[in-house]
Design a protein around this ligand. Structure first.
Ligand code: GLY
Length: 427
């Protein structure tokens, strides 16, 4: 089979790495890809916004399956276009991708179907949003202000005071902080507790759950500082009880997939609900229409089945015929970021040490570039994810950090506490 994977992050490198192991694979192309995907596939200089170029590529390369890695092209209808042109695709239609692309839809969908989520309001009028924040003063300003549309993972502002919440609303609605995506905002009550990422493959009816995983979003240790795309992840979270796992699978993931079907929006691809474990019960923070990043970098190393077979089955409504096998090993992934990220950072800095790593440690590229002389340099905020497997979380964590310490670039920043609380909880 010839496969085209769209994206250029560490998530897509992890998907490409796993797809490249399939005995069913003839050729794997990644557009636009990165220096990491170039090691396991052929990168193609095709923009994700240029649907005509993507369709031309599918024709020229006789693509049997296109895998859409990120939410932007899904929300813009790429899967619909591929299907109309006669090409199989892994990912939801534009209508179904609304579960991530519209936060208002997502929250109202949860309310309609009894999926627990925090109290919220939706506003396009700034003064009404300000009045709402004043009226809910029992929250003491502990709120979350979200851009209604997609904002490259940056449209969520967590606040500690009502003033901060008012300012976030003003920046988004009248300041146009995230363009059209923040012309409407969601103001919701902030919740406290550990977060779990649930992922499942679905062809709209059959569901194959993946193991649970946990991301670490703030930039600094102990969850301090601004949120990022994700600074590291681990799987499995041993502290997440069997009963809670069952609840999340049935009452969140399966409930949402069935409800989408019932609403005439059959959902295909991967569904990734983000769940917060509050003291008084679990709440769903959001639904995502693609794999988490960096969750994918700790899930795919644990997948023993053929990913291409699974994705093909999803695209062709045959998921019920496929059985997924997952390793019992734990996996920890550490994100190495540019100094200054998620704010301003330098690029073009040489990356050293990648040749000195343990042979079974995985390095997934994101913000990297290969110069003409072959030097690998930084080119983005999140640069690499270093993932290691181990018989338990402690062993996986130790191995990941031992190898991270051999890598260097000027200003390199990483969190030292990825998976630390989970290890402590298991002792
Ligand atoms: N892990 C966060 C995200 O992918 O949205």
């Amino acid at each position: 089979m010839n496969v085209l994977l769209l994206g250029s992050g560490a998530r897509e490198h992890a998907i490409a790495w796993k797809l490249s192991q399939s005995p069913k694979l003839t050729s794997l192309y990644v557009a636009p890809g990165n220096p990491g995907t170039a090691d396991v596939a052929t990168n193609l200089p095709v923009s994700l916004d240029d649907f005509d170029a993507i369709i031309r590529t599918c024709k020229e390369r006789q693509i049997d399956l296109t895998v859409v890695g990120s939410e932007g092209p899904l929300a813009a209808g790429l899967v619909d276009r591929l299907l109309v042109e006669g090409f199989a695709a892994f990912g939801p239609s534009k209508a179904a991708a609304v579960i991530e692309s519209s936060k208002a839809f997502s929250k109202e969908f949860m309310m309609r179907h009894g999926i627990p989520t925090s109290p919220f309001g939706v506003f396009d009028d700034e003064s009404q949003a300000h009045d709402h924040i004043r009226l809910i003063d029992d929250t003491q300003g502990q709120l979350v202000v979200k851009a209604e549309g997609l904002a490259l993972g940056k449209g969520v502002i967590v606040t500690d005071t009502a003033e901060e919440a008012q300012e976030a609303v003003t920046r988004m609605i009248s300041g146009g902080q995230f363009g059209a995506s923040s012309a409407r905002v969601i103001v919701e009550q902030r919740l406290f507790g550990p977060e779990v990422s649930a992922h499942a493959f679905t062809d709209g009816e059959a569901v194959a759950h993946m193991p649970f995983s946990c991301d670490h979003k703030p930039i600094f240790d102990d969850d301090k500082g601004p949120n990022t795309g994700g600074m590291g992840a681990y799987s499995p979270p041993g502290w997440f009880s069997d009963a809670d796992q069952q609840w999340a699978r049935e009452s969140v993931t399966e409930a949402a997939i069935n409800a989408m079907y019932d609403e005439g929006l059959p959902y295909k691809g991967v569904l990734y609900p983000g769940i917060l474990c509050a003291e008084d019960g679990m709440m769903v923070l959001e639904f995502n229409s693609r794999f988490g990043d960096p969750e994918a970098q700790v899930l795919f190393p644990r997948l023993e089945s053929d990913l291409l077979e699974v994705m093909w089955a999803v695209a062709n409504n045959k998921l019920a015929e496929v059985e997924l096998r997952w390793s019992d090993q734990a996996c920890v992934g550490i994100v190495l970021a540019s100094g200054g990220y998620p704010g301003k950072y330098e690029t073009g800095l040489p990356i050293e040490g990648l040749d000195d790593l343990d042979p079974d440690v995985l390095v997934f590229h994101a913000g990297t570039a290969r110069q003409d002389d072959g030097t690998l340099v930084t080119s983005g905020g999140r640069v690499l994810t270093v993932s290691a497997l181990g018989p338990n979380l402690q062993a996986a964590r130790d191995k990941a950090y031992r190898n991270v310490e051999r890598i260097g670039f000027e200003g390199m920043h990483y969190r030292r506490d990825i998976g630390a609380r989970a290890v402590a909880a298991s002792n």
